[in-house]
Structure formats: C-alpha cells, structure tokens
Write a protein that binds this ligand. Structure first.
Ligand SMILES: Nc1nc2c(ncn2[C@@H]2O[C@H](COP(=O)(O)O[C@H]3[C@@H](O)[C@H](n4cnc5c(=O)[nH]c(N)nc54)O[C@@H]3COP(=O)(O)O)[C@@H](O)[C@H]2O)c(=O)[nH]1
Length: 938
C-alpha cells in the first residue's frame, strides 16, 4: 500500500527522530566542549592567579628580607662606629694625657721619658684593640710619633684631624687607602698640590683604612694639645660585616656607598667583581639606579639592572650617623626562581588537569558517540524492519486500504482491496473511487469526499460496488494525509456484511421469540397498536386470545425442558396453521401465547377460533419419543369493549384465562368486568401461598384409618391445612391446585412428606402402636425428576421405617406418564414403601393397569360411599372394587364413611379398612394421640 510514498514518509519520520537525537547529541557535545573550555580557562585563570599571588608574596618576602638584612647591617655598622667612638671618649676625657702632651709638645717633643710614655701608651692601645696603627699628632695635625704598621697620614685623615681639633670632638676620617709604593709620591704631591679627595679615590689600593681621630683636650679650658689617631682596617672588621649574607643566596650582596659632591663612591667590595673595594661609580642618566638614589639622598627599594647589567632588586639604606649608604641587592632571577619553579609546577598541574579533563571528555564523547552511532545504526535497522513490517501489514492487512488523490483517482491499494473489489492492481489504478460505489450512491460519495477535504478525517458507512456488480456494506475511516507536499485521501474500509447480518439478527431477536420464531411481546405490541389504529379508523373489532397450557410445568419437571421446548415449538406450528395471514400469534411468556385476531366482523368468529385452538392443544403430542396430552385454557378480550390499548386488552385476556382455568381448564372464557376482581383475588392467594411455608402457616392433620375386622386404628392419613392469616382455615381442595399451577407443589409436598415422617417417628418414640402413615402425592410431585431421591433422602433424614409409609397416588397421576410412573413405583416399592391408589373408581379404573402397577391398596372414592347402603349402583361399584382388590390381593379401604350403616355395609361386603367422619375427622397430632389412647382403652 503506497509503498514508496509511505516508505518515504516513514523515512522522514525515522530520520527526523534520528536527526533530532543527533542534533541533541551535538547540543550535548557543544555543552561538553564549552564546559571543558570553561573548566580549562578556570584552571588556567586559577593557575595564573596563584602564580600572581605567589609572585607578589615571594617578591614581598624577598623585599622584606632585603630591608631587614639592610636595616640590620646598617644598624650593626652604626653600632660598631658608636662603640669605637665610645672607646675614644675614654682617651678624650683623660686630662693627664692631654696636659702631658701639651707640655711635651711645648718642650719640643723630645725623645725623653714622656716620649717613651706616649710610645708605650700608644703601643698598649694598638695591642689592646688590635688597631692597624696608632699615631700622635700635634695641633697642626703633624705626626709626632706612630706605632703599628707603616704609618702615613693621608690627606683625608689630616683634614679630619684638623676638624676634630677644631671641634674638640672625636671623629672618623673617611675610609681611605694607603699604597706603599705611592706613599712617598702621595706625600710629596700632597705637600705640593693639596690634592682633593676625589683624586685620591681614583688611586685606590688595597690598603684601606679608617681612622678615628681623638683630640686631646688639656686644662679647664679644654684646649686641644694634640690628637691621637686610631687606624682601623675595614677589611678586618667592617667589610666582613657588610659583605656577609645571613641566608643562603647565590646572588645577594651588600655594598657600602658614599655620596660625594661629584658622584657616589663604593666603599666596600662587590661579590661578583674582581676589583678593589673603593671605586667611584659612574651614574647612568637613562634610568634610576641605587647610586642615583644615594646621590639624591633617598632610601628605598629599587628594581634595576646592576653593574653586571643583570636585573636585580635592591634596598638602599642610609647608615645612621655616617655619610654611608648600604645597598643590599639580590638578582631578580634568584627572587623569581621559586616563583618560576612554582609557575612550572602550576603549569604542569594545569596541563595535567586540562589534559586529563580533555582526555576524559574525549573518551566520554567517544563512548557516547559510539553508543549513538550504534543506536543510529540500530534505529536505521529498526526503521528498515519497521518499513518492511509496515509494508507487510498494510499490503496484507485484513482491512481494505486505499489511497487516492484529491479528485478521487486511486493511487494505491492493498491486496485486500483487490480481493474485495475483484479488480487487478492495474485496473484499480485506472479507477476513480466513485466507480467503486453503486450508481445511486456516487453523488453522495463525491459530496463526502469534498467534506473530507475540510474535515480531515471522517468515519461513515457506505455501500461498495464490486467489479462483478455485487454490493457490500463497508465502514470507512477516511482521513487526509500529506506526502511530499501532496494531499491524499486515505480510506480504510472494513467489509461489514457480517456485522450488518448480526445487526439484522439482533433486530430479529429483539422482535421474535428465539425458540418458536414467533413474534415476541415487543413485536406483538407494535402490531397491536397498528391494528388498533386501523380498527379505530375502520370501526372494526379485534380480539386478544391469551393461551396458557394447563400444568405445563409438569412437562418440564417430569420430561425435561427439551421436551417442554419441543411442545412449545409444536404448538407454535399448530397455531400458525389455524390463523389468517392478517392475524398474529406471539409467544409472550414461558407457556403463554397471544393471538391477535384483526379486523373482526363478528365476535362469534372468535369463539370458533378459540374452540379450534383448544382442540389443537389437546391433540396428543409426541416429542422426543414421549407421548402425552395437554390442555390449554384461553382467556379472550375484545377491542373496543374490553380495552382500548395493548396493555388493558392483554391484562383482561389474562384475567379471562384465569377464569377458564378455574372453570376446569381446557376451555376458553370471554372477559367480563367482574373477572378482574376475581383474578386479583386469585393472584393474591397465589402470592400468599408462596409465603405460607416460610411463614409457618401450614399444618398437618391426621385422619385415622380403621381395620374393619378388628375395629383397631391401623394407620392415619396426613391431610394438609393452611391457616391463612385473613381467610382462616383453607381447604387443600382450593389451594393445592393453585400450588400445582404455580409450581409450588413440590416444595409443599416435600414439606408434607417430611413432617408426616417426623411425626410418625415421634409417635413411635412416644410408644404409640405402629400406625402406617398415608401421604397424598400430587401428580406433578410424583413426576418431578428427583422425586425418588427426595423420598429416599427424607426417609434417611427422619429415620422413618419405609414399611410404615404409604403413598396415595391418584389414577390420573399414574396414567399421565405410564411408563416412567411404573419405573418410579417399582423403585419406591424396592425402598419398602406401600402404595395406595386414591379416589379409585373415578378415573380409568382399568384392570390391566392395576395388574401392571405394584399397588398395595385401593381406596374407594367417597363419592361411592356417601349414598350407601341405599344407592344400589354405588353399592355395586363398591362391591366390584372390593372384589378387584381381593382378586389382586390388594387391601381395599373406603373413605368418606360417615355412618354406622356405611361402616357395617362395608364390613359385610368384605372391605378391609375404612376412614371417615364416622370414626374421626382429620385431627391435629395431639388430639389424635388422645383419640388413640381412648381407642386402645376401649
Ligand atoms: N396432594 C395433596 N393433596 C392433599 C393433601 N392433603 C389433602 N389433600 C387433598 O385435598 C383434597 C381435600 O382434602 P381435605 O379437605 O383434607 O379432605 C379430606 C378429608 O377431610 C375428606 N374426608 C374424609 N372423611 C370424610 C367424610 O366422612 N366425609 C367428607 N365429606 N369428607 C371426608 O376427604 C379428603 C381426603 O380425601 P382423600 O385424599 O382422597 O383421601 C383431597 O383430595 C385430598 O387428597 C396433601 O397433603 N397433598
């Protein structure tokens, strides 16, 4: 069916879903990639931040370290100088030395005792403090004497000495040098040109010294008498202090610098240069360097390129109390070495993290994409399978599937369509769908197609035309579909021939009785209403005949329902034969039929039909090998006299039918107005009887049966009594037929049998003489299918001796179903029961059946007794019955014995037993016991 288009559509749908999945996978991809980039960026930023933070921290740490070391060293230098000056104060404040010196100088500085004294004192100082040299100067700063290393008073010291003498303060001269080879030249030069410091600095050598000048102040006026010069070698004390570095550093160094008017002089040596300590430094102009800062008198941290042109971080610190500046410096490379290491570590970590994240992402994506790819292939495979299946399903679907274009031209169909319409595919594809409709439906079909174009989907029923011209009904589900931009009409047609048939069947069943095929109550009502309308117009009459079989239940109970059904079917046939076409016979209930006689001119015709039907009903039946007779009672109502609608006519015919039954059955009765009340009464009685058992309104009375020879009570007959709540004591002659008619006789009969048996057993237990218990059995009860089982069960349940139980059966009951009755009676006899034939003489009284059936007793009907002994005919019958009984060796009992004469007559005629008011009426059990006690006493 539409394989290509449909397949294409399926393709689209499948690829739509698969694309969507891929698109969504791409979306996931992008998110994952974005997430990864974000993560990588985050890690990189984190790394960068850590790097920056650590860099700043390390830089600050190293800077602080520089500051701390510089400050410490500057402080130490300062302290060292202070210490030396403090030492000098001892000498400064010694007036004796000053006075002796003044006197010695005034005396011309002879090499006398004082000379020796000064010499030994200076020597003591030299040794005590490990000075390089100690000298004594006069007030003009000329050397008077010196001890220690070779002494040369440099210009720097001389100037400082003069200054100290002038200011009367101890003082350090500037660090200066003393070169042995140049000593003389310097002295000469000094004397000649008074060369300045700078010149001196240019000729620096290894003999660096630092002179401390202490003026000698004599007298109270503290007049300078000369000065002592203590020469220190900085390389020994000061420079190690400066150059040492407290931490393990490869590049850190400390340099002592001093600003001069023309620049900056480096006083101490440099760690990374093989050169003299003291050196004038050229200051670059293009950038700020430590000498430049020193020249400007500034302290602080500076990043710069050092003398090796290597980037370094320096801290410049002024040494308090001196003109010196201490520069602590470290290479930037060393500062940043741990940072760079950290940077490497962080970079490696970042690379490792990002790589592992990238790798994880890659593997994750590979997994996902593999799964998706597998799913995609699976989905393609599924799609192909689905297409194949779809093709199979549609092509071989049980429904007819058709595709046509907007104009109705057939585009594609499935196999079922070809089968259903009888065309080949080639033929079908040349047709327009209207050709598949009967000519008279084509206009409507075209209209429906137009409507569908606006509605999009539609469910409707239509007649379809086969190629061979036959027509079949179809249910069509049509809808618009779009394939590759084209609009098509898709129709799914279902052949509903069977459904239609079923509907017709249902329709038929709704109006007909399934057993007999006759119209049912619904159809009857329709017909009646139509007929009454016509009768009203024509001023004609119609009659309702309500038929009911007499004791039909007996057939069902005794012969089974299938026989009952057969009877009903047979009756239906018989009824149809005796009616006109315009009449209707319908089955309205179990065994109830109604005949509608339409358009009657004369009511007498109704009686004729009723008579005919009664005769038909009584004609013997043979169903399933069973032969039997039935009678029908008929009630008749006539329109318009007895009702003007279906319900009232039916109800009144029903009432009339009751009257026919009460009138002895097997007859018909016309409705009269007072029938309704009587019918109502009968119906009430029926209803009450239904509840008599459960309301405990039933009783048994017992009538004694006497042995005529011994005049002893030898048995009793159980007789049923109904204590009706409003009507009082009711005769079984009235209510037993109702119980039989309404199907209550079995329950009531079983109750009687069981109660009588219990009573008998009770009497036996009370010690009464053994009495046979006679129980009346209705014909319907006798022929009930489980009667035998019921009797056996009651015997077992009550413990009744079967020998003491006598069942009274009427001739007619036995004769209704002779064969089955015979079998049953033989079974009952086999149980040990006695069987009596009741009302003998009123029925067939055939000797042949008396011989066949296993009776024990004949009961002469009381109608033959009541006029004895006067009525000779009754006397003859009675004698005959007694004779038959004797010859068949059956006991004979006479009932209805009311007088002594009757009793004597019967005894004289040889009757065995009697029962009647003469001896006793039927009595309640207690009264019977009293009677028996009296009787035994007599
Ligand atoms: N299927 C059953 N039928 C029963 C049952 N109990 C009674 N019956 C039948 O009902 C009919 C009426 O019975 P009932 O009114 O009880 O009449 C019985 C006696 O009272 C009456 N009888 C007895 N002696 C006399 C008499 O001297 N004169 C007189 N006028 N009537 C008398 O006869 C009836 C007993 O008849 P029968 O059964 O034929 O012996 C009657 O046909 C009962 O059979 C029951 O439980 N089941």
């Amino acid at each position: 069916m539409g394989t290509q288009q449909t397949g294409h559509k399926q393709n689209e749908i499948s690829s739509f879903f698969s694309d969507r999945k891929w698109r969504s996978a791409g979306h996931v991809n992008r998110i994952a990639l974005g997430g990864f980039c974000f993560l990588a960026l985050l890690i990189a930023c984190g790394g960068w931040w850590v790097y920056q933070y650590q860099t700043a921290k390390i830089k600050a740490d190293r800077q602080n370290e520089l500051i701390a070391i510089s400050t410490l060293k500057a402080h130490q230098i300062s302290e060292w100088r202070k210490e030396k000056l403090d030492d000098a104060k001892l000498l400064l404040n010694n007036p004796i030395i000053a006075q002796q010196l003044e006197a010695w100088i005034l005396n011309g500085s002879p090499r006398n005792g004082l000379y020796q004294k000064f010499l030994s004192r200076l020597t003591a100082l030299l040794e005590a403090y490990d000075y390089h040299a100690v000298a004594l100067l006069d007030t003009q700063a000329n050397t008077l004497l010196s001890v220690g290393e070779e002494w040369l008073l440099g210009e720097t010291t001389r100037k400082a000495a003069l200054d100290a003498l002038a200011t009367k303060q101890s003082k350090f001269a500037e660090i200066s040098a003393q070169h042995p080879e140049e000593l003389e030249r310097i002295q000469a030069h000094h004397h000649e040109h008074h060369r300045d410091e700078e010149h001196e600095h240019e000729h620096f050598n290894h003999h660096i010294h630092l002179d401390l000048i202490i003026p000698m102040l004599a007298g109270k006026a503290r007049k300078p008498s000369g000065a002592i010069v203590l020469r220190l070698v900085p390389e020994k004390f000061l420079f190690p202090l400066i150059e040492s570095w407290p931490t393990a550093s490869k590049t850190a160094e400390t340099v002592l610098l001093k600003p001069t008017p023309s620049g900056v002089i480096r006083l101490s040596g440099r760690r990374h240069a093989e050169e003299d300590h003291k050196h004038k430094i050229s200051i670059p102009t293009d950038r700020v360097t430590p000498p430049e800062m020193i020249r400007q008198g500034k302290e602080g941290v500076l990043e710069h390129r050092d003398y090796r042109n290597i980037p370094a971080l320096s801290y410049i610190k002024k040494v308090a109390g001196t003109p010196w500046y201490l520069v602590a410096k470290i290479d930037r490379e060393e500062i940043y070495a741990p940072i760079n290491q950290l940077a490497w570590q962080i970079s490696l970590l970042v690379i490792a993290l990002v790589s592992s994240a990238g790798l994880s992402l890659y593997y994750w994506w590979r997994q996902i994409s593999t799964a998706l790819l597998a799913e995609k292939y699976q989905s393609q495979l599924d799609k192909q399978l689905l297409e194949k299946r779809f093709h199979q399903i549609t092509r071989h679907a049980n429904d007819i599937i058709m595709l046509c274009d907007r104009e109705g031209k057939v585009v594609d169909v499935n196999n079922r369509a070809l089968e259903a319409f009888g065309y080949s595919l080639e033929e079908m594809l040349t047709l327009n769908v209207t050709a598949l409709r009967p000519a008279e439906d084509r206009e409507k079909s075209a209209e429906q197609r137009k409507q569908l174009l606006t509605k999009r989907s539609h469910l409707f029923e239509e007649r379809c035309l086969r190629k061979d011209g036959t027509i079949f009904p179809a249910e069509i589900s049509a809808r618009l579909i779009e394939l590759e931009g084209q609009i098509y009409l898709q129709g799914i047609l279902r052949d509903i021939t069977e459904r239609k048939k079923a509907q017709q069947e249902i329709q038929y069943l709704a109006h007909h009785d399934s057993l007999t095929g006759l119209p049912n109550r619904n159809l009857l009502k329709d017909r009646v209403e139509q007929n009454l309308a016509r009768a009203r117009r024509n001023n004609s009459k119609s009659a309702f005949l309500f038929l009911d079989f007499d004791r039909f239940k007996n057939i069902n109970d005794s012969l089974g329902h299938s026989v009952g059904d057969g009877v009903l079917q047979e009756v239906a046939k018989r009824l149809k034969t005796c009616l006109r076409e315009e009449d209707t016979v319908a089955r309205v209930g179990g065994d109830e039929f109604v005949i509608l006689l339409a358009d009657l001119e004369d009511e007498r015709a109704v009686a004729n039909v009723a008579q005919k039907v009664t005769e038909l009903g009584t004609t013997p039946y043979e169903v399933k090998g069973q032969k039997f007779r039935l009678t029908i009672s008929i009630g008749i109502s006539v329109f318009p006299n007895d009702g003007d609608n279906f319900e009232s006519l039916l109800k009144n015919a029903d009432s009339a039918m009751y009257h026919a039954k009460n009138a002895g059955r097997n007859t018909f009765c016309f409705y009269t107005e007072d029938m309704n009340a009587q019918t109502l009464e009968a119906l009430n009685l029926e209803r009450d009887l239904q509840h008599a058992l459960e309301n405990n309104e039933l009783r048994l009375h017992y009538q004694p049966q006497l042995d005529l020879e011994s005049s002893k009570v030898i048995g009793v007959e159980a007789l049923l009594r109904w204590q009706h709540p409003t009507h009082g004591n009711m005769s079984p002659a009235v209510f037993i037929p109702i119980a039989e008619e309404r199907g209550l006789i079995n329950d009531i009969g079983n109750w009687v049998l069981e109660t009588a048996c219990r009573q008998s057993v009770s009497w036996q237990e009370q010690g009464l003489p053994p009495l046979r218990m006679a129980v009346n059995i209705s014909a319907l009860q006798l022929h009930h299918v489980d009667f035998y089982e019921k009797v056996a069960t009651i015997l077992a349940a009550t413990g009744m001796n079967p020998e003491m139980l006598e069942l009274e059966l009427t001739e007619s009951a036995v004769m209704q179903h002779e064969e089955s009755a015979l079998v049953l009676m033989q079974q009952l006899k086999a149980l040990g029961l006695h069987l009596a034939i009741d009302d003998f003489g009123t029925g067939y009284s055939s000797l042949s059946y008396l011989k066949r059936f296993p009776f024990d007793k004949l009961k002469i009907d009381r109608s033959f007794i009541k006029d004895l002994p006067l009525d000779t005919e009754d006397g003859a019958i009675t004698q005959a019955i007694i004779g038959v009984g004797r010859s068949l060796k059956h006991k004979v009992i006479a009932e209805g014995v009311e007088t002594l004469e009757q009793q004597n007559y019967l005894r004289d005629e040889g009757c065995d037993q009697m029962q009647g008011f003469y001896f006793s009426r039927p009595l309640p059990p207690e009264e019977l016991v009293e009677l028996l006690e009296q009787n035994s006493g007599d």
